[in-house]
Design a protein around this ligand. Sequence first.
Ligand SMILES: Nc1ncnc2c1ncn2[C@@H]1O[C@H](COP(=O)(O)OP(=O)(O)OP(=O)(O)O)[C@@H](O)[C@H]1O
Ligand SMILES: [Mg+2]
Length: 496
Amino acid sequence: MSGKLLEMKGVTKQFPGVYALKGVDFELESGEVHALLGENGAGKSTLMKILNGIYDINEGNIFINGNEVQINGVKDARRFGISIIHQEISLVPYLSIAENIYLGREPLTKARFVDIKLMYENAQKFLDDFDLGLSAKTTVNQLTVAQQQMIEIIKAVSFHSKIIVMDEPTSSLTDKEVEFLFKTIRNLKEQGVGIVYISHRMNELFEITDRITVMRDGTYVGTVVTKETTNDKLIAMMVGRELTNYYVRDFSTTGETILKVNNLTRKGVIENASFELRKGEILGFSGLVGAGRSELMKCIFGLDSFEQGEIMVNGTKVNIKNPNDAIKNKIAYVTENRKEEGLFLTQSVKYNLTIKILQDFIKFLRVNFKYENNETNHYINELSIKTPSPEQEVGNLSGGNQQKVLISRWLATKPQVLILDEPTRGVDVGAKAEIYAIMNRLAKEGVSIIMISSELPEVINMSDRVAVMYKGKIQKILNKEDSDQETIMHYATGGN
Ligand SMILES: Nc1ncnc2c1ncn2[C@@H]1O[C@H](COP(=O)(O)OP(=O)(O)OP(=O)(O)O)[C@@H](O)[C@H]1O
Ligand SMILES: [Mg+2]
């Protein structure tokens, strides 16, 4: 570490009805990885959006290399050598990878036309350096969430920034990809780049960061040297109390088969997938990104079609052609991609929460407002959704709280099969524990749950059995006693 790259002092930011930041201090040195830690809604993303000129500052000062600066807009931030990898992916889906990386700053030929050849060459070089096995010509909508996240990272690196903010860069990456990202971070460190690292995965903080600043409810709690602190100390700083009983799960014998999938095949994506899900069971789905877990669930939920195979619900073959058919069979699917497939960001919390049960609300051709309000308040309380009111636009909630709205919506449909795709992605430790407790309670009430998760400890601790996928196939289904980290990784990488 050598010299203060960045200093933010007394930063205050108010939104209508919400104090997002109250006098927050933050500093970053050259070559340092400095984590920002705090519960969902603590103000981490807001602080970093101010640094990146996305929000203006109400009060406070920002210094870069000791000089006070005003950051008015993203262009200013770029000029000061700052770039951000956003929590929510912000690539343009129908443009190519290269076009996304160079959007708005395409290399030009002497005649001032976009130098398409050079642009693709440069982008390809980055992709190859990162060993992604992708062509720069691929359009972004063909990529998985993890791949998109890697493109966001490449984009930030390609600006040759001095300060890079990574707002939950790993939330949809698996271990192997995280390792890769960390290699990149170590490289950047050596070049003197300062990195602000936001993550709810505590183990990552211990592996990659030098210091950690903790925030709570928009205030600054403190800064610690990573080597000198512990997991428990950090959690106590974060939530203001100790957290016991993290994974809550009362295992009991599971009941009869509720969902049965036989030899499901979708060409090039899923091959001969067969499994059973029992009453009150939590069946984990593990595998590397791209193994076909979400794709399989999309077939079951009627979002994608399949050529072969059958789906049985309660012993009867069902024909699921679209999500409505699935919902009629009491199957619910909480998607991993909350922005594109899940939430209506410009609508209220209430609207997003109740949309799937609107039929219930409309009695005698008028909306039953009372029921709608009751349901909304019930879930806001039960999942501790942090929002100033049920009328708040969902797009204004913090990332983790958006996730809770999405889960609540599907819980409100009272499903018998609940498919959760990366349910705790971007969710803080306290809220994670709440989600686990809810899953446990639902399983006890007889709901059958499928949980796709890239976090191995979560799959292992919460699941009755773990299905491991590899290249579109269910490679192995492990019983509780056999599902440890090594065994899962063995099958996830193609072992027999
Ligand atoms: N554009 C906005 N309009 C209104 N309120 C906002 C806006 N952006 C953020 N907020 C509010 O500011 C507070 C801080 O949100 P922020 O997104 O910074 O939290 P966070 O620490 O990044 O949380 P997470 O871990 O869930 O991502 C929250 O209460 C949030 O609802
Ligand atoms: Mg955030």
